[in-house]
Design a protein. Structure first.
Length: 323
């Protein structure tokens, strides 16, 4: 069990005053010791890898977490890993692990919306459920999982969709399963390639290319594109609706793509498919589309795809349809 901070490691002065809690203060051993039932389920080794809110996680944190989990999974004594994590960016770290770990052993990423000190905290139950999931044979080979609020989600799809409610986590096609009366029950499997079936191994990655996200809105200014293009290899443009691009933004984006920036159309709705050559002639402009990936997920995938395919745009596009 590896701790990185977040609300699951938070503590408040009062059970009733949850917004005033301090985040990332409890050690992973303290969090685990709040669940006496855990000892009967498995034997645990715990380590505190980080102790910070996940809104701070950059690419170096992703690499550090991934490499440590990869090392731990290589130990024959280890059957699986639970990573405790702030919920804000849990979907990005989990997806990164899903694409880069090379093991069929289960990895479960878990956080909570309320600190352990709060009334009706979800911290202990989410962690207890994560333990039930990680030790269950049916969790093997499913890639990285995110457990929250009685649900088991695939890292590819899950997103935090609410800023404060316990039922904050949603996958567009539904959860893979539930934890029901102390037992994981799966109803579906991830269908896109992950872990042992991807082209990336965390052990071989020492840096990630810079990919930025630009969020489209009515008054978005053209100059933003030049600023991004100055030092990024890729740009996810979180366009309106079906990846629509305002007329005044087309020329700056075409120029950036001609100069080598990989421009990928996504949807700021965070749901649905962006259709290639639909709202824009992507073939003519040398642009890419995300398929159904939300902008923050698409950034993770594009970083990895650029790391192995560099400037081959058809291979980059294929990655969005494969993973
Ligand atoms: N600081 C936020 C984070 O670590 C707290 C949110 C949470 O963990 O629920 O992501």
């Amino acid at each position: 069990m590896i701790g990185t901070g977040g609300t699951i490691a938070g503590r408040g002065e009062s059970a009733a005053n949850t917004p005033a809690y301090a985040c990332s203060v409890l050690g992973i051993d303290e969090i685990l010791s709040a669940i006496p039932e855990a000892a009967a389920l498995a034997s645990f080794r715990v380590e505190q890898l980080l102790q910070i809110g996940s809104e701070n996680f950059n690419n170096d944190h992703l690499l550090k977490i991934g490499k440590r989990i990869s090392d731990v999974l290589k130990d024959d004594d280890v059957d699986g890993v639970i990573l405790t994590h702030g919920t804000d960016t849990i979907e990005e770290t989990a997806y990164f692990l899903h694409l880069t770990l090379k093991s069929p052993k289960p990895v479960v990423v878990v956080g909570s919306m309320r600190p352990p000190s709060a009334m009706s905290s979800d911290a202990s139950l989410n962690l207890y459920d994560a333990i039930l999931v990680v030790i269950h044979p049916a969790s093997r080979g499913k890639g990285t999982l995110v457990v929250a609020n009685d649900e088991i989600h695939t890292a590819r799809d899950v997103m935090k969709t609410n800023s404060f409610k316990l039922e904050a986590f949603r996958s567009p096609y539904g959860a893979l399963g539930y934890v029901v009366e102390g037992e994981p029950r799966y109803y579906r499997k991830p269908s896109r390639d992950h872990t042992v079936r991807t082209e990336w191994s965390i052990d071989a990655l020492d840096s990630l290319p810079k990919v930025d996200i630009v969020y489209a809105y009515g008054a978005l200014e053209q100059e933003v594109i030049g600023t991004v293009a100055a030092d990024a290899r890729g740009l996810i443009i979180a366009g309106t609706g079906n990846g629509n691009i305002a007329a005044r933004m087309v020329e700056p984006l075409r120029a950036a793509a001609r100069d080598g920036l990989h421009v990928v159309r996504a949807s700021r709705t965070g749901n649905g498919v962006v259709i290639r050559n639909g709202a824009q002639p992507d073939d003519d402009y040398g642009w890419l589309v995300v398929d159904d990936q939300a902008p923050q997920k698409a950034r993770i995938l594009l970083m990895l795809a650029i790391s192995s395919h560099s400037d081959d745009r058809s291979a980059l596009q294929a990655a969005f349809y494969r993973y």
